[in-house]
Design a protein around this ligand. Structure first.
Ligand SMILES: Nc1ncnc2c1ncn2[C@@H]1O[C@H](COP(=O)(O)OP(=O)(O)OP(=O)(O)O)[C@@H](O)[C@H]1O
Ligand SMILES: [Mg+2]
Length: 337
């Protein structure tokens, strides 16, 4: 078998962010998964990708739209996902790589055949020579330094932008996996709804995300912070400023957080008893951008009784794990879906 070369890439094509690892160089691209397109008649033209496109969300004129081509972990707009992948590959390797790269892509575990084909085709169309798909929980477990090859229950939860993926891994394979359509975007929507219901003020998704990042927490705690938030008063139509506290956010997020608890419980219920015993003993590792929500570890520990350990670099665990697989063809061939 030909060894993987230096231009090989690992890509975590997430709902919120796309990360690219170049073998031997680490993470070289970390951009929002957003593509801005201008529509002219029936045609469309890509005008910005990544950070530049995210800046446009909620601020675009009528003919420009900022689109998330990946939603809940799967491609919903094939052409724009391909454009996003192409731009990431170009940023990583230059416009005309000497050899076409092999690419490892992190994907949700329960991928339908058509979704699997869509990702493979988008990666090939964007310049890949060979495409390997790896489940996110296993990639995240490797990126979090879990000893996945041992005969031991390793549990990981990845709370991302659009999905929560949970996996129990032993002897290098996923034994149980589960996914819930809940992530940071749903947190943002819950904050928008809470503000509308409580204050009769409408805020955009960027404002609710900013509020979450500034004062968000999973459990009401001492040192509650306050954010000033401006939205449109739904009665007068005029902009109005309100105050939102950490306690408000934890109240707004309660339902979302309970869905994550439910996903954890359901995964454990399906687990063979020996592996469940290992997990109760050693706990589980949490990663994904939303794992950074202050107090989420404590919330999940209190609600499930499981010890929760935050991964060292939660936002980047899956990408780093997929990157490690570029160095280890044997494990890659074994874990590829
Ligand atoms: N400090 C923080 N506190 C709370 N949430 C955060 C923090 N930092 C990032 N996030 C949230 O993390 C989410 C993005 O996480 P991540 O990059 O893991 O998602 P993704 O991999 O693109 O999505 P998915 O895996 O669901 O397809 C966003 O909703 C963002 O608001
Ligand atoms: Mg992710």
């Amino acid at each position: 078998m030909i060894p993987l070369g230096t231009s090989d890439l690992a890509i975590d094509l997430g709902t919120s962010n796309t990360l690219v690892v170049v073998r031997g160089r680490g993470i070289v691209v970390d951009e929002p998964s957003v593509v801005a397109v201008e529509r002219m008649g029936g045609a469309q033209r890509v005008v910005a990708i990544g950070h530049d496109a995210k800046q446009m969300v909620g601020r675009t004129p009528e003919n420009i739209e900022a689109i998330h081509p990946i939603q809940d972990g799967v491609i919903v707009d094939f052409d724009l996902a391909e454009a996003l992948l192409k731009s990431c590959i170009e940023r990583a390797l230059g416009a005309r790589p000497f050899v076409k790269p092999r690419i490892v892509v992190c994907v949700p575990n329960r991928l339908q055949d058509v979704e699997r084909r869509a990702i493979q085709e988008a990666a090939r169309a964007a310049g890949a020579r060979e495409v390997y798909l790896v489940g996110k929980p296993i990639a995240a477990a490797i990126g979090s330094q879990l000893p996945i090859e041992r005969p031991l229950g390793n549990m990981v939860i990845d709370v991302g932008g659009g999905t929560t993926e949970v996996g129990i891994i032993s002897l290098g394979g996923s034994v149980v996996t589960r996914c819930a359509q809940i992530g940071g975007k749903h947190f943002d929507n819950a904050i928008t709804s809470w503000i509308r219901d409580r204050h009769n003020v409408l805020v955009g998704s960027r404002t609710s995300e900013d509020t979450k990042l500034k004062v968000g927490c999973a459990v009401s705690a001492e040192g509650s912070k306050t954010a000033r938030v401006t939205g449109r008063d739904l009665s007068s139509g005029i902009p109005r400023e309100i105050e939102v506290t950490s306690d408000d956010v934890s109240e707004a997020l309660r339902e979302c957080l309970e869905q994550i608890v439910e996903c954890l419980r359901a995964t454990l219920k399906e687990s063979p008893p020996e592996l469940a015993a290992d997990i109760i003993d050693q706990g589980l590792v949490m990663c994904g951008g939303s794992a950074l929500l202050p107090g989420l570890d404590r919330y999940l520990r209190d609600r499930t009784g499981l010890p929760i350990v935050l991964s060292e670099d939660p936002r980047r665990s899956a990408a780093l794990g997929a990157g490690k697989l570029l160095e280890d063809q044997t494990t890659l061939s074994r874990v590829a879906l």
